[in-house]
Write a protein that binds this ligand. Structure first.
Ligand code: NCC
Length: 404
């Protein structure tokens, strides 16, 4: 047995058979005899010990791998099951990325007004609502505006009237964000019960009716969607019904001619192509003044500098609907108890920045909407529903605002 301990001490990896041979060879030289049954017990014990050792090594390896996997998934906001089953993921916006985006000023934004400091006056909900109503003009491009009036294509293709003259007024409207938290919401019927429903970009209804409904009155699309091949904007049936409204981030202080020559994405080229293919479908383009006036409202009412990029389609669409409707319900813009890092309800793609913002000042937009909300906090928590009054239903006389 002395050999047994000595060998074990050296970490001998001999198989049990060779170990028995080793013992049986030695039993004569060592001058004592190990009985057959005892030898079997020793060899069995050895086998069990070796198996246990292998098991421990495997378990350690497995634990280290799982710990690494969990750490990686946590870092990238990807559920571990999705990582194992190979779901497409994307890195969330890291705080450092966030501050880099905040420092960027691609559109030449000139900061003015009381915003960005903590000593600014904090407005009440009704004051905020009235400020937005008074200072944000929801306008769209018309054929009579410079430089369009001088362009051969524009009088034929751009609408002669403002969107707010052609559409509405509606009694009740729904704005359906594209958030992943709409999944399993069962809000479809409630959303469809509104007179008018606004959706965004490539958000589908087919296959998601139970959660997001099927009615689409207006679709607000950014110029990136119009330009990217992935979205097949010119041919996909997703865009071919309802009213289309497009927007593109313009330089902060540019006039329409400067923007026309320096759009972020080729919005005007795509617009002309689409209008020729679908001449009957109403299609408007937001005046860029709208996006920056709204940006100014956000910045003026925040205690810190916000991203110098236009608001997201979500807030643009919400304010657009406030100019057309008596009451507006916005779904899952302020996340409910279903809050998730799933970016969109229609894609298995995880990115916290979709909800919190990176490029867009989304967090601040949500703060503004939370302060303007006239519904209960419970409505937000349970249903992800915000209630906003339409501009036509607001009484913004100084007395009315004071008394609220
Ligand atoms: O993702 P997006 O937005 O199309 O979503 C529409 C609006 O819903 C709100 N939203 C969305 C997801 C989420 N988890 N929480 C939310 O609150 C937002 O208000 C959002 O505006 C956009 O604003 O146009 C945006 O578009 C996408 C993208 O261009 C389109 O989806 C087409 O692929 C932008 N994503 C990227 O550029 C990668 C996104 O930043 C903003």
């Amino acid at each position: 047995m002395a050999h047994y301990h000595a060998d074990r001490g050296r970490g001998d990896e001999r198989r049990p058979e060779s170990y028995s041979v080793f013992l049986s060879n030695n039993k004569h030289t060592m001058g004592y005899k190990i009985p057959g049954a005892a030898m079997d017990r020793v060899s069995l014990l050895w086998r069990l010990r070796r198996r246990a050792r292998r098991g421990t090594i495997c378990m350690t390896f497995f634990c280290i791998s799982m710990a690494l996997l969990y750490a990686l998934c946590a870092e990238n906001s990807v559920p571990v099951t999705d990582a194992i089953f190979g779901v497409r993921a994307r890195t969330r916006a890291q705080p450092r990325t966030h501050s880099v985006i905040k420092a960027m000023n691609k559109y030449g934004v000139k900061v003015s007004g009381p915003g960005g400091t903590s000593n600014r006056p904090k407005l009440s909900g009704p004051e905020l609502l009235c400020q937005v109503k008074e200072k944000v003009e929801v306008t769209t491009l018309t054929a009579d505006l410079q430089p369009f009036s001088a362009l051969s294509w524009a009088p034929l293709l751009l609408p002669p009237q403002q969107l707010t003259s052609d559409l509405g007024p509606y009694k009740s409207c729904a704005v359906v964000s594209s958030a992943g938290s709409l999944r399993n919401s069962g809000l479809g019927k409630e959303i469809d019960s509104h007179d008018s429903v606004l959706r965004f970009n490539a958000a589908p209804t087919n296959g998601f009716e139970k959660d997001v409904g099927s009615k689409t009155t207006i679709r607000l699309i950014n110029s990136q969607v119009m330009a990217s091949d992935d979205h097949r904007f010119l041919s996909s049936s997703l865009y071919s019904s309802g009213v289309l409204v497009a927007w593109d981030p313009a330089p902060f202080s540019s006039n329409l001619s400067q923007w026309y020559n320096h759009t972020d994405y080729p919005i005007f080229i795509q617009y002309q192509r689409y209008r020729r293919l679908h001449p009957q479908q109403p299609f408007y383009i937001l005046h860029p003044r709208f996006e920056w006036q709204l940006w100014q409202r956000i910045q003026d009412n925040m205690a810190e500098p916000i991203q110098k990029n236009p608001p997201s389609s979500g807030l643009l669409g919400t304010i657009l609907m406030m100019s057309l409707c008596e009451v507006v319900h916005v779904y899952e813009f302020l996340p409910s108890r279903r809050k998730t890092e799933l970016c969109h309800y229609f894609q298995r793609f995880y990115d916290a920045a979709c909800t919190l913002g990176a490029y867009h000042p989304l967090l601040y937009e949500k703060n503004l909407v939370k302060r303007m909300n006239q519904g209960s906090d419970r409505d937000i928590y349970i249903h992800g529903r915000v209630t906003l009054p339409g501009f036509s239903a607001m009484n913004c006389t100084a007395k009315a605002v004071r008394e609220h």
